[in-house]
Design a protein. Structure first.
Length: 318
């Protein structure tokens, strides 16, 4: 079986030669047929020049350079599109992921027939407050919401069957939820392996506390897309009908109550002077808008074009 190793990166010039040598050692020890695809996500520190140098020394090294920073999901998407290996490994370029884990991940796909295996950094060397605690909370919420019971959704070290990466759409900031995307696409055999995590050797982390805020927002997005992405009318239409009917019935009740009072000889205030009347009307308007939103969602879903989400400046060995 052939192996593709996909490595997205941003300003990791110092790490790349050492990472390449480490991967090379593992590949030769296990006699793997392999390719290494580096995706330079808009680096400004000569990372691309380093990739070019490595590609000249090693024909198995391939590279993709973006015009600017588009994000890790877009980098993985570009790598997935180019990957030719039967088994695909993704890992970070900062030397915190160990290439020594690759053989066991490879075997779990090749021999145990997993569709996807996700790494679990059980012992971490990140800052407790800014990364470890938010990560635990995030992973708990992701498990409860998605139904995919992994301990570490954020781990960049993962292994896939080629069939999986060719049948999932990684966009926005959805790289955290690739196991969920795989499950939604029908790949149900998802495993997990405890992997060694190492302290960052060069530079600084490109991710801060804000990634967990974005992660929770993305979690809500993927939950909605998983449930209603192919049928937005089922959500917006149902909610719109409920609000419209409640508003309509409330308005009818207010008018009927007014008429009963008049026929009984009681003096009552005008219907338009009753605050409940305006609440009911507002409910009907919002219900109508939600219903229309459902129709628009259906129209967009059926007419959308696949937009280019990133621009590739140049490639090497591809």
């Amino acid at each position: 079986m052939n192996l593709s190793i996909i490595i997205p990166l941003l300003n990791e010039k110092e790490s790349l030669p050492e990472l390449h040598q480490w991967i090379l050692k593992v590949m030769h020890e296990n006699n793997y047929s392999y390719e290494i695809i580096f995706i330079d996500d808009g680096s400004t520190d000569h990372s691309w020049e380093t990739i070019q140098e490595l590609s000249q020394k090693d024909a198995n090294v391939k590279g993709i350079k973006f015009f600017r920073n588009y994000g890790k999901s877009q980098a993985l998407h570009a790598g997935f599109a180019k990957a030719k290996g039967d088994i695909v490994i993704t890992m970070d370029a900062d030397l915190q992921d160990s290439p020594e884990e690759i053989p066991q991940l490879f075997n779990m796909i090749a021999q145990e027939n997993y569709d996807l295996v996700s790494g679990w950094k059980k012992k971490r060397y990140d800052h407790v407050v800014t990364k470890n605690l938010p990560s635990k909370l995030f992973n708990w919420a992701a498990r409860k919401t998605s139904g995919v019971y992994l301990n570490d959704f954020n781990c960049g070290l993962k292994a896939y069957k080629n069939l999986v990466i060719k049948n999932i759409e990684v966009s926005g900031e959805m790289h955290r939820y690739i196991p969920v995307l795989a499950k939604n696409a029908g790949f149900s055999k998802i495993g997990e392996k405890v992997v060694k995590h190492q302290a960052r050797k060069y530079g600084e982390s490109k991710f801060g506390i804000d990634r967990f805020i974005n992660g929770f927002l993305d979690l809500i997005t993927i939950w909605f897309i998983s449930k209603y992405g192919k049928r937005p009318m089922h959500f917006f239409g149902a909610l719109g009908v409920i609000m419209f009917v409640l508003g309509f019935l409330s308005t009818g009740f207010i008018i009927l109550f007014k008429m009963i009072k008049l026929y009984s000889g009681f003096h009552t205030i005008l219907v338009t002077q009753n605050p409940l009347f305006y609440i009911a009307i507002t409910s009907m308007i919002i219900g109508s808008q939600l219903f229309v939103a459902g129709f628009l969602g259906e129209i967009i879903l059926r007419t959308k074009n696949n937009e280019e989400r990133y621009k590739i400046a140049t490639e090497v060995n591809l």
